[in-house]
Design a protein around this ligand. Structure first.
Ligand SMILES: *Cc1c(COP(=O)(O)O)cnc(C)c1O
Length: 465
């Protein structure tokens, strides 16, 4: 492809993108294909010869597009959002164009320095103290793994990387039973082991980790000769939005010398709104590490996960490695690849910069405030449906409910709603039962889109019951 052709197709694709978004609301949210449908339409062998771009693009529309679920659809209420606000998409096009590896300061000074600055912007926006710095990772899973590895190394006097773990005893990490599966995985991969991830019960209206249970578990572990190493707190769990009462947890962690990580992957974005901080952010400043995903609610195109660190020292002591070919000389600079597990790094700061400048924090705050308010309204509309029960009340913009009937019926309703296509919802488990969860957070959703969810649920329920 020459650059004239690139320019032609670049224009074509950006026009296509705009019209895709302008007509998105008319498409079914979830893909309607069956397993294997898409693969069956693709040639089994790669072409030996060159194919023209218009043929490739035509097949993209014909074969690929019907197999896509539309995450930017205004009636996407499943999982959590993966918002890609238009300015962040444009920034990512520039990042794709430059295609720089931003692993060291010298491999693109602007990428490193912009990263430092936008992390500090976000730190201020989320009311964290000046002592916090941070790094942009690909996903919350990676940030949490970095924090768990740091817990391990700190608890072993930074000898685990060198010696391996065979004689280090049982390192224990504590969290609530609402913890995301990325925490389990981090413990597997870090060599901590599932058995040493201690999941404790929750209490209260926001399903916070039970402080007395934490205290008792640590005391029992010490009595058994185990080594308490870390605590992972949650602000806005994935299932039903569970949020820990942070200050008392961090009091215990401090007294027990545990390294602490706060998983605010989803709810962290809403902390740019001061009014949500009283319920969700008191004590956050005492965490050693905090992760939140601008690629969820905030609007920065996937992937973009910010890890704030009170002191980068422990994580750098855990992850930094400097072979000869990566050594740089001269001034003291930040080399962000020393803060993370992957060496190579995309220029992710640019999309945060475009996003925040283009909307201003106020523009982003307004969206989140609307989402929270509309989630409350649609929750009340579902509560009013005959026989329906709200199982967990809205936590920010997430709540869960059940229709009349058993777990099987809940799944039947979810599947029927998603086959209908006007909205998209998913299920979760809570209190040993299946619940249907609904979150409001798509960047351009409107009050009408959100309220329509209750109508669709009612419609579909009547059609299957
Ligand atoms: C989405 C989510 C994660 C995982 O995020 P990734 O960036 O996909 O790894 C972890 N914790 C919570 C609470 C989440 O909502």
């Amino acid at each position: 492809m020459n650059w004239d052709e690139f320019s032609h197709w670049g224009r074509h694709i950006s026009d296509w993108a705009a019209s895709y978004h302008q007509t998105l609301a008319d498409r079914p949210v979830r893909a309607r294909t069956k397993p294997g449908d898409i693969a069956a339409q693709l040639p089994a062998m790669p072409p030996d010869g060159s194919e023209p771009m218009d043929a490739i693009m035509a097949d993209f529309e014909r074969i690929v597009m019907p197999g896509m679920t539309h995450w930017q659809h205004p009636r996407f209420f499943a999982y959590f959002p993966a918002n890609a606000a238009p300015p962040s998409m444009l920034a990512d096009m520039l990042v794709t164009t430059l295609a720089a590896q931003c692993m060291l300061w010298q491999t693109s000074p602007a990428a490193t320095e912009l990263e430092t600055v936008v992390i500090d912007w976000l730190r201020q926006a989320m009311a964290l103290p000046e002592t916090f710095t941070g790094v942009i990772q690909d996903s919350a899973s990676s940030a949490t793994l970095s924090a768990v590895l740091t817990m391990r190394e700190r608890a072993t006097g930074y000898t685990g990387n060198r010696d391996g773990l065979s004689r280090k005893g049982n390192l224990r990490i504590y969290c609530s039973d609402q913890a995301h599966s990325s925490i389990d995985r981090a413990c597997w991969v870090a060599g901590i082991g599932q058995e040493n991830l201690v999941k404790l019960p929750t209490t209260g209206p926001r399903y916070a980790l039970d402080v007395a249970a934490l205290r008792a578990a640590i005391a029992q572990d010490r009595a058994d000769g185990h080594i308490p190493a870390g605590l992972i707190a949650i602000t806005g769990g994935t299932g039903i939005g569970a949020a820990d009462d942070l200050a008392p947890l961090f009091d215990i962690a401090q007294a027990e010398d545990l390294y602490t990580h706060l998983d605010a992957a989803w709810a962290g974005s809403a902390m740019i709104c001061p009014e949500f901080r009283a319920d969700f952010w008191q004590g956050a400043e005492r965490a050693d590490s905090i992760v939140f995903n601008p690629h969820k609610w905030l609007g920065a195109q996937f992937d973009c996960s910010v890890q704030f660190l009170k002191d980068p020292g422990p994580q750098l002591n855990t992850l930094r490695i400097e072979p000869e070919y990566l050594k740089t000389t001269g001034d003291a600079v930040t080399n962000y690849s020393e803060w993370t597990i992957p060496l190579g790094r995309r220029f992710r700061a640019l999309k945060i910069w475009f996003l925040i400048r283009s909307y201003g924090l106020d523009g982003l705050r307004t969206r989140m405030r609307n989402h929270v308010a509309w989630a409350g309204e649609v929750c009340d509309a579902i509560r009013a449906l005959d026989g329906f029960e709200i199982v967990t009340e809205p936590i920010l913009s997430l709540f869960s409910f059940r229709c009349p009937g058993d777990d099987h019926t809940q799944q039947r309703l979810v599947d029927a709603i998603n086959d209908d296509g006007r909205i998209y919802l998913t299920q979760a488990a809570f209190g040993g039962r299946k619940v249907i969860r609904l979150q409001v957070g798509q960047f351009d959703t409107t009050r009408n889109d959100v309220l329509m969810a209750a109508e669709v649920i009612d419609d579909v329920w009547r059609s299957i019951s």
